[in-house]
Design a protein around this ligand. Sequence first.
Ligand code: MG
Length: 309
Amino acid sequence: MPGYGTTPLDGLPARVTVCEVGPRDGLQNESAVLPTEVKVEFIERLVDAGHRVVEATSFVHPRWVPQLADAAEVLAALDRKDGVRYPVLVPNERGLERALDAGVGEVAVFGSATEAFARRNLNRTVDQSLEMFAPVVARARAAGLPVRAYLSMCFGDPWEGEVPVAQVVSVARRMMALGCTELSLGDTIGVATAGRVVALLDALVADGVAVERIAVHFHDTYGQALANTLAALGRGVGIVDASAGGLGGCPYARSATGNLATEDLVWALHGLGIETGIDLDKLVATSAWMAQRLGRPSPSRVVRALVGS
Ligand code: MG
């Protein structure tokens, strides 16, 4: 592939950490259930492509997420590299125990900014979900593990509509007060627009959350993920969640488009001269391989442009 050059824009970071969520957030939202060895190869190829943070799997009960029922087997088979972080999702203390038994070095909990989604996804109120997370976060931190806090429905909720900024700040504050070390702001149904992203980031920083701890997790359902990412980078965010090949349609949105595709993100960042450490060609080859395993083309524009599938 020929190069097309880089042209920086003022006010953006020199380097971005991409948190690759394809093996967890991506695969858990795909209908196909892949063999363990395919998941392991996927993670190892992502690391070989330069990723340094790959969310590897989830210890949610297999009844709820059968796609990731082999979490312990994946971690046992994985050739974990020094200098690479492999966080896993844990829903509760039982999940944390399984994750600790598997020797994980980092965990994530998954909260909701809205009552409607907390009830549907966690079968709890927001208060009850925070009570459930408290011992998980405390035990993980006592074991020396960083804990990422996902906060979903930060911008809009399919049942509640617009989510007030103050409500998101309030739940975020309580999650961070539990001891979480990173906050990932999820636009779970992809409805955010750039001004709203900036307003939420400014409100969180004004409330005392260090911008270095904030990650953004955008979905491309309405085609806004990259515009929203650029707005967040302009406010000093340096951690961006993305899914290789755009894996993982959102189950709460009718469109097949879910997570921001890592390739689309990397294309944009590299064009701006922002370092990611990721080899785009290797990443695209990995997503093309995964698309074959899943039996459907990648929704990533960049994957389609580069491999024509
Ligand atoms: Mg997602």
